[in-house]
Each structure stands twice: as C-alpha cells, then as structure tokens.
Design a protein around this ligand. Structure first.
Ligand SMILES: NC(=O)c1ccc[n+]([C@@H]2O[C@H](COP(=O)([O-])OP(=O)(O)OC[C@H]3O[C@@H](n4cnc5c(N)ncnc54)[C@H](O)[C@@H]3O)[C@@H](O)[C@H]2O)c1
Length: 351
C-alpha cells in the first residue's frame, strides 16, 4: 500500500495524538520529528520509532524524504513553516486555529498551489453525530433553517491553571483566547455539517477576560478573553449565537443546535457527555412534537484526535481535498477576526 512520509513539527501535548495515529496508520510513514526542546522530540522519536530527530524546523523542512508536515507548534509559529513547506513542495496539516488571523491564512492559500493544505479544526466532524447531522441537513428535513446555537460553558474548576501553556491566553502568541482556541472548532463543526454552503453576512460580539480570582494564577502575558458571546447572520437568512466560556461562575452547559421551521437537531460536539450525541426534534403533521435519539454515542476522543492526520494522508494519496480546506479555514478566520474587531468597537462588522 502506498504511504506518505510525514514529519511533525512541535512535539507537545497535541502532537502526541498525531504521532500515535500516524504510527498506527497503514498509509503513513512517520519519518521525522522536530522540537526546539530536546526532550519532547527525543521522547516522541523513541515512543514511535521515528528515525530522524531535528531541533530546527528548517532542517526538517529541507529534508527531501519528508513529503508532508504536521504543524503542532503554537499558533504564532505556524505561518512561516507552512509557507516554507509549500515552497518546498510539501503538503501541510496545521493545528487549529490555522493562523493568527485571516491575512496569514490568505498567504498560506497563495503559497499552497496544488498541494494539500488541511486544518485540524475539522477534528470534531470525525464523530458520527456530525456525519448523520450533515445527511439530515442535506435532505432538507429541517425545513427552512432559522437558528444555530452554540453554548458551551465550562465552570470555574481549573486546578491545573498554573501549568497551562503561556500561549493559551496570549493575544501575541495565540491570536486570542477561547474564541481562537475553541470558536474555530465550533464554526468548523456548524459550517461543515452545513456543507460550507452558508455565507456569513455580519457579526456583533463581546468578549470578557478571566474572573478576578484567576488572574494572578494565569501565566504572565495572559491578556486574552475567557468568555465570548457573538451573534452572526448569514446571507441565507439563518443566524447563529455562539457563547463560549471557561472559568465561569455558572455550571456546565453544552449545546450545539440547528433549528429549522419543521425540525431541529441538538448535538454534542465533544465525546464523553451523558447526553445523547444527536437528537432530532420535529413538529409532526398534526402539530404534535416528536423527539428521536439518532446517535447515542458518536465516538471517542481518540476518534477526534486521530481524524485530521488520517484524513490528511488519505487526501494526499487519493488526490482529493481534505475535510477542512484552507479556503474553509479562511472563512473561520475571517469570522474570528470579525468577532475580535466587533468586541473591540462594540459595533457590528459587515463581511
Ligand atoms: N493540547 C490540546 O489538546 C490541543 C488540542 C487541539 C489543538 N491544539 C493546538 O495545538 C497547538 C499546540 O498545542 P499543544 O497543546 O500541543 O502545545 P504545547 O505547548 O504542549 O506544545 C508545543 C510544542 O511546540 C514546541 N515548539 C515551540 N516552538 C517550536 C518551534 N519553532 N519548532 C518546533 N517546536 C517548537 C514546544 O517546545 C512544545 O513542545 C496550539 O495551537 C493548540 O491550540 C492543542
């Protein structure tokens, strides 16, 4: 079976999932890893029997054996190796969010040519609820689409706060906070199950920083938001409310919904909840309501994390687009930029 030779740049927390999936895949040869720190790179190479270890990205990118790279470095460090990789004829899978802003994603699109440029924002769409929801949306069963609702609130129970990486809530290193970290996945999930047919029209948003008791526990330079609320309209008439928060005063809430005139889908985007992962709620011909569980348990964290790199390799070998293209990532990035811009001015942004 043909295989693609992959190199991973950045051997931190999320790269472990990529390496594990690559090592198990019959279509991937994990040939090289690189990290500026010695230990993470050596450990990854030992665990997954990777022959080449680099501590300088350029050496991995100059290696002719490497055909495709996974960029699992913090966000501010992704554009430069992505552009260099495309320039060297290598395919690129970037962690999420793809870039610091839409301008960086546009540069990647311009450099990509006919190579595969893919994004890990696709991660949650490897679960069964996403596939079934997409089929139902394509069938028109929901009737005229009205509202999408993302509400995901994590309560203030963060015992490991001091150990979190510095980039996580840094505008300079990550492009933003929870909107950049998680909003990109919400947008990919909701726009992706709608087959990327919805065209954003306008955004009104507000962002909020961490509650006072957490501020001094966070790494220095944590200046980004931990709470975002956005209202997004689309040319097709449907609108979306998106609220994401961590370290929050209220208890856990998690809902991803799409409401049509005749029926609604209620989903879980992450595995491990006690709720069914996909519910269909409909108005019947006599005006009564019916609720059906369509997917009880749509998959595991491993399914989520291994999905993008397996799809990336398959897209290269099967000569097809990946699950999230850079053009789709650009839509997400433009919406994210609009959220931050609107939050700063208090005014809507027309796209
Ligand atoms: N942690 C997760 O579960 C998770 C999940 C999905 C996506 N992500 C995304 O993946 C990215 C990385 O997250 P993480 O949690 O793995 O971070 P991390 O801090 O655990 O790992 C980042 C690694 O990159 C290395 N690094 C830094 N600069 C480098 C360079 N120039 N060249 C090579 N290596 C370099 C660091 O030494 C570190 O080992 C983030 O953008 C994050 O949003 C993380």
């Amino acid at each position: 079976m043909p295989k693609v030779n992959v190199g991973i740049i950045g051997c931190g927390a999320t790269a472990q999932f990529h390496a594990r999936a690559a090592a198990r895949s019959p279509r991937i040869n994990l040939v090289a890893v690189s990290d500026v720190k010695t230990d993470p790179a050596r450990q990854m190479a030992n665990t997954y029997k990777v022959p080449k270890v680099y501590h300088n990205d350029d050496e991995l990118l100059d290696d002719p054996e490497v055909q495709a790279v996974v960029l699992a470095v913090p966000t501010h460090l992704r554009a430069a190796p992505a552009l260099k990789a495309f320039g060297a004829g290598k395919h690129v899978l970037t962690e999420k969010p793809v870039g610091m802003n839409a301008a960086e994603v546009q540069k990647m699109i311009a450099a990509r040519g006919r190579l595969v440029g893919a994004s890990c924002t696709s991660r949650n769409r490897f679960l069964r609820q996403a596939t079934v929801a997409a089929e139902i949306l394509a069938s028109g069963k929901l009737g005229h689409l009205r509202r999408m609702r993302v509400t995901c609130i994590w309560p203030a129970t963060r015992p490991t706060l001091e150990k979190e990486p510095v980039w996580r809530l840094s505008k300079k290193l990550n492009g933003g906070g929870i909107m950049a970290n998680w909003g990109c996945c919400d947008l990919d999930f909701m726009l992706g199950i709608n087959a990327w047919k919805l065209k954003p029209k306008a955004v009104l948003a507000a962002t909020y920083g961490p509650p006072a008791p957490f501020i001094k526990r966070l790494p220095k330079g944590s200046d980004a938001e931990t709470h975002v609320a956005a209202f997004i309209t689309f040319q097709e008439g449907i609108s979306m409310t998106l609220e994401r928060a961590e370290m929050n005063s209220s208890g856990k809430i998690s809902t991803w919904e799409i409401a049509g005139e005749m029926a609604s889908l209620r989903m879980e985007m992450n595995p491990g909840s006690h709720n069914p992962d996909l519910l269909l709620e409909e108005i019947l011909a006599d005006g009564s309501r019916r609720t059906q569980v369509l997917v009880k348990d749509g998959g595991s964290m491993e399914d989520i994390h291994s999905g993008p790199v397996i799809d990336f390799a398959n897209a290269i070998l099967d000569n097809r687009p990946p699950k999230t293209t850079l053009e789709q990532a650009l839509i997400i990035s433009q919406l994210t930029d609009a959220v931050y811009s609107s939050a700063q001015t208090g005014l809507p942004v027309v796209l």
